[in-house]
Ligand binder design. Structure first.
Ligand code: NAD
Ligand code: TYD
Length: 350
């Protein structure tokens, strides 16, 4: 093997797409998936990758420093792509400390393990930190986030990701660790845990349950198909400039209520429902505290420097996503049994 790449959080939503892409595209690289398999991690996401000779799974918690040291010692990785995180804003409002531990302390543990392993011999090494546009806070009706936007996080999730980004830069400035940070907008696509807007609403429409739209439904997000994010990570990882940041977005802003109506229309068509059947499930519920009004990314830098742009339209991506959930009802059933029900009741109680 020419290279060993640690990918953390590879059993999660975005991580599993990054693993699939890297393990297939670079057969001479060994791809090691480090994942604690929390509620969001699921090895079923990687069934088609398991048998590849260059793929290895290691169940590992990034809070376990001894285990991290042992894994760095054993594999001597050339690079880390760090995706492991607590990732859901609503859960961060219910349990902020979990986000402090995994997203901040876990990231510092990983940075430190890489630094100790690489012993200042940084030639050919890279720590690629995968982060979010939510670190920049909220936009008004105009303007875009860029790589230069000042950090202004509002939720415990975004505050923990902002902090992790700062630690990544601190390790670069203090110890010379070669790093790259990518800040991406909202992802959607196959394998997303049905706590996030799109898969939650697909699952609820399948089960004819209410679609809980927070507040006035006029909050705006910039949506990117997960496979396009994985492609962007691959490009930046291989060709991005060291110690720089890349903002990644879909050039695809939607107000939540408009998105939900489009989703309802596509679902009705695919389910042979009478038009309007799914829309009738829309229920406005109490708002999320600290809810950021609008996110939108100006992804010019990655577009101009690396030639990246999204490959699918939103309608195509949504349609493929819905088809995936229809074709993977067992997956959906597994992840929504047990603890999911408790979370749902707590989050959506009146
Ligand atoms: P996810 O919640 O689907 O998956 C997270 C993965 O991390 C899971 O496999 C989980 O088991 C693992 N994990 C959690 N805690 C861990 C720990 N202590 N040790 C080891 N593994 C642990 O998340 P996602 O949506 O795929 O997001 C992946 C990354 O991308 C996160 O860092 C997130 O902040 C970032 N991001 C997500 C989005 C989005 O829209 N989902 C957008 C931009 C950036
Ligand atoms: P989400 O998928 O949780 O992503 P994020 O909070 O990281 O942007 O939410 C996307 C948008 O949808 C956000 O404005 C909150 C809203 N939303 C609802 O209206 N109802 C819901 O049940 C959920 C989960 C989200």
């Amino acid at each position: 093997m020419q290279k060993t790449i640690f990918i953390t959080g590879g059993a999660g939503f975005i991580g599993s797409h990054v693993i699939r892409l890297m393990a297939n595209k670079y057969p001479d690289s060994r791809v090691v998936n480090l994942d604690a398999l929390t509620y969001a991690g699921n090895l079923e996401n990687l069934k088609d990758v398991e048998s590849l000779p260059n793929y290895v799974f290691e169940k590992a918690d990034i809070l376990d420093t001894k285990r991290l040291s042992a894994l760095f010692e054993q594999y001597q990785p050339d690079a880390v792509i760090h995706l492991a995180a607590e990732s859901h804003v609503d859960r961060s409002i219910l349990s902020p400390l979990d986000f402090v531990y995994t997203n901040i302390i876990g990231t510092v543990n990983l940075l430190h393990a890489a630094k100790d392993c690489w012993k200042e011999n940084y030639e050919g090494k890279l720590f690629h930190h995968v982060s979010t546009d939510e670190v920049f806070g909220a936009l008004g009706t105009t303007g875009f986030f860029t790589e230069e936007t000042k950090y202004d996080p509002h939720s415990p999730y975004s505050a923990s990701k902002a902090s992790s980004d700062h630690f990544v830069r601190a390790y670069a400035d203090t110890y010379g660790l070669p790093v790259i940070i990518t800040n991406c907008s909202n992802n959607y696509g196959p394998n997303q845990f049905p706590e996030k807007l799109i898969p939650l609403f697909i699952n609820n429409i399948i089960h004819k349950k209410p679609l809980p739209v927070y507040g006035d439904g006029l909050y705006t997000r910039d949506w990117l198909y997960v496979k396009d994010h994985a492609e962007a990570i691959d490009l930046v990882f291989h060709r991005g400039k060291l110690n720089e940041t890349y903002a990644i977005g879909g050039f695809n802003e939607w107000k939540n209520i408009e998105l939900v109506k489009l989703l309802c229309k596509l679902m009705d068509e695919k389910l042979n429902n009478k038009p309007g059947t799914s829309e009738a499930l829309i229920t406005f519920v109490k708002d999320r505290p600290g809810h950021d009004r609008r996110y939108a990314i100006d992804a010019s830098k990655i577009n101009e420097e690396l030639g990246w742009k999204p490959s699918v339209t939103f309608e195509e991506g949504l349609s493929q996503t819905i088809d995936w959930y229809f074709d993977n009802k067992e997956w959906l059933q597994h992840v929504t049994s047990g603890a999911y029900q408790q979370y749902y009741e707590e989050q959506y109680k009146g």
